[in-house]
Design a protein around this ligand. Sequence first.
Ligand code: MF3
Ligand code: CO
Length: 285
Amino acid sequence: MSRRKINNWHPIKGQPLTELDKRMMYLQNKGHLVPSRKLIKTPEQIEGIRRSGIVNTGVLDLVAQEIKEGMSTAVIDKLVYDYTVSHGAIPAPLNYEGFPKSVCTSINDVVCHGIPSEKEILKDGDIINVDVSTILDGYYSDASRMFMIGNVSPEKKRLVEVTKECLQIGMEAAKPFGFVGDIGYAIQRHAQKNGYSVVRDLCGHGVGLEFHEEPEVLHFGKKGTGMVLVPGMVFTIEPMINMGRYDVYIDEDDGWTVLTDDGLPSAQWEHTFVMTDHGLEILTY
Ligand code: MF3
Ligand code: CO
């Protein structure tokens, strides 16, 4: 077996080594995966992503006010589009790799990437994830929330609540100079303790200058594995938690909608975070 070292961190030629350079080169010499320099956002870039996050939060607050039984998911799509463009921003999903709408709306056993439609009407007892991704002045933010329509069964309510706890617990597990795997470990533990499973096939991701950047943020795994978390990194945590088994499949007809294999419900919450010297800060509040 051969091991190839990945040298992601390079000092800037002709400049003296900074403390960060020394720390990164030490970590990567020990065999850890470290971010490349472009994954460490400048204060100016972080402010840009924060402004994008403010529009993103405004969209989700509007959806929270308006969403109700009898509404089609196409109406949610229009709310998202209109609010976003009237605030000088662009909905990131629209035309992204051929995605036809401005937002993902994922009901009950739809795990994620549901496509809004006039034919899809919210019913009493539904749980729905609304996933909003926003581009403002070239800066990307990404967040999603669950909404409960009318009288939701206690079983589905608990799934929604535990999934929100998974996001919170994942956030608290992320420490500066800790590892991406610490996040997944904490989320998996909490989900499984509650009798649920963590979707394996989709993950969180770096975000900010592009929609999807490195690293992949798995919502399961082992402590001390994966990329080192360095202050200035911006990424999402977005656990998809299934009431039953973790297996999922993609709807062949639309090529997007991800569903649970066993037909049981799935929930998801998401925020965009920046790593600081003290831990994660939410940029989508
Ligand atoms: N918002 C999703 C995420 O959290 C990505 C959706 S891609 C789309 O990463 F094309 F379906 F919008
Ligand atoms: Co995301």
